[in-house]
Design a protein around this ligand. Sequence first.
Ligand code: GLU
Length: 463
Amino acid sequence: MIVRTRFAPSPTGYLHLGGARTALFSWAYARHFGGTFILRIEDTDLERSTPEAVEAILQGMSWLGLSHDEGPFYQMQRMDRYREVVAQMLAAGTAYHCYSSPEEVEAMRERQRAAGEKPRYDGTWRPEAGKILPAIPADRKPVVRFRNPADGDVSWDDVVKGTITIANREMDDLVIARPDGTPTYNFCVVIDDWDMQITHVIRGDDHVNNTPRQINILKALGATLPLYGHVPMILGADGEKLSKRHGAVSVMDYPAQGYLPEAMLNYLARLGWSHGDDEVFSMEQFCAWFDLDHLSKSPAQFNPEKLAWLNNHYIKQADNDRLAGLVKPLMEKDGANFTNAPDLQAVIGLMKERVNTTNELADAAMLFYRTPNPAADLLAQHLNELSRPALQDYAARCQAVEWKKDALSALLKEMLAAHKLKMPQMAMPLRLLLTGQLQTPSIDAVIELFGRDTVLARLTKYL
Ligand code: GLU
């Protein structure tokens, strides 16, 4: 069997974390088996679907690198096919016209509710052997209903939730086409999964109630059933369904905040799936390991600290060149001056250990690209009668010292000894004069990166 999986988002908003995770699982499953991953845009809800949302989904998938092998297919472009199958089902007797008006159906439901029964379509127009159907009302366009089996059960072995069985009498006859002939949501999903020969449907468990209906329609069509796996929702740390209150839920907010796609992928992979205690792994490893046996039955909780920790890990791993490409535009916006300034990649190499996002990295790197403006009170405190002569001495010696970290470090120590000072007594004013602030990476590294000319210019200005 060739594995064929799909991600089938409705373009009614951004690509959210839950959607991205089911996309990732479907993608990885196809990759694991050398199968095919299909992208399908379920855009039949004309009121809620927008081209911007389609764009946002495509962007999110592309940022994550979840490449599809087929598609994107758009359901709105497949209307003829759905109508064709509706006609075939009408002809085969697995679907029928129902002329009950919406008001009549509502009245039916009211009566059932009042009698303490489950509200459902009562089968007025359902053909049965020997049954005489009511006279067709004039000027009324019918809906098409699926003729759900009256007896027996529908059952499937959900790869996440185990066996689920629903009695057919619990389900009424689903409307599959509206009076204007447009197919309904569940019907389009079924025809697509069938036509696209989907072997594994991995999706959020908000769809678990649709599955028995979808299976019955597939069976009526004589289709081979896919395997279904319904993944539990993602919850916030407070146990509530993940929402904006818990931070960003749109995938594309994360690059904007300075997250790397590999951190997001690694994080999502562990939300509801595990491989022993492995926390940090590449997508190559994930695709090699991913199976449906280790999907969790219980909802995963979103933990932004863990995502930040993974992002820090991947920032440390990332090429400085790549990071420079990400931070430079942000720094330019922040007024960074790159002329006669330290090499950005070297600065990134120095700063990346300690940041959780590339936005933090851009902020931290600004230290080297803005004109320092030490506050007067800090100058008064740190540039005093003890440090000033030592710094003057130091500046003089800087003219000729070899501009390498070790030599610079030795020079600083020599000055400390000569002037009987402790490290902070020189390091603090040096930091202040060179960068305008007291917190910087190691002073030797800072001095080396700035280079002789900048260091001398900034020191002599105040000495
Ligand atoms: N379009 C549905 C959604 O976005 C998914 C349907 C499916 O996966 O079967 O929730």
